[in-house]
Design a protein around this ligand. Structure first.
Ligand SMILES: N[C@@H](CCC(=O)N[C@@H](CS)C(=O)NCC(=O)O)C(=O)O
Length: 212
């Protein structure tokens, strides 16, 4: 498979973790967001939304990580990213959605560019913006973890799930925006547990071929 992504993109990071957990080999094609390669006509032909990542499975070109990861789960069921019964799976999806639907989209590059260029925000204001939505999301994530009371070292039990696949890149990004993760000891502990797994370690932004 061919992964079009960017080392520091949270959604590319998310997809690398999912592919690694499933044990799927992939070649990486770097799309450098810093020089707006994602806005090129060439990349638009791959992903009309001009966002990374995209996955060429050899059979189809896929976009949108929630759709791609659900496809991976259906096509390569083991190890399961959505284990348990329907209620457990809904809970895991809810944790992932806090990141995927409510934190990441409002802190995306194009939103921050609009804040800077159309609304006069400086770096401090942009960092405040990001910290606001990360904090609201992580507070809710943490409260759900407590409410679910699932135990185990990962976000939902003793094995990594979709919830961890979404959480770890968002923690990485929170650190980049200088958000103090110590506010959420449970989340920091999950991040540490994930860092102990090869699939997560190999997906880290700093280890990607385009990292600079
Ligand atoms: N919902 C999409 C979001 C993809 C996305 O927003 N990717 C970011 C990088 S993490 C991007 O390409 N941003 C470019 C920009 O905002 O200009 C997905 O999950 O695949």
């Amino acid at each position: 498979m061919k992964l079009y992504g960017f080392f520091r993109s949270g959604t590319s990071h998310r997809l690398r973790i999912a592919l690694n957990l499933k044990g799927i080999a992939y070649e990486q094609v770097p799309i450098d967001l810093r020089i707006e390669r994602h806005l090129s006509a060439e990349y638009k032909a791959i992903n009309p939304q001009q966002l990374v990542p995209s996955l060429d499975t050899g059979e189809a070109l896929m976009t949108q990580t929630p759709a791609i990861i659900e496809w991976l789960e259906e096509r390569f069921p083991m190890p399961q990213l959505l284990p348990g019964d329907a209620s457990a799976r809904a809970r895991i999806r809810a944790l992932a959605a806090i990141v995927g639907c409510d934190i990441h989209p409002v802190n995306n590059r194009r939103i921050l560019e609009a804040l800077r260029h159309s609304f006069g925000a400086d770096d401090a204001a942009v960092n405040d913006w990001c910290a606001t939505w990360i904090t609201a999301g992580f507070d809710a994530f943490d409260a759900l973890l407590q409410a679910y009371g699932q135990g185990g070292v990962f976000a939902y039990g003793a094995v990594p799930t979709l919830a961890d696949v979404y959480l770890v890149p968002q923690i990485e990004s929170a650190r980049r925006f200088k958000v103090d993760i110590d506010r959420w000891p449970r989340l920091a502990a999950i991040d540490k547990a994930c860092a102990g797994l090869e699939a997560f370690r190999r997906a880290a932004p700093a280890l990607q071929p385009d990292a600079a």
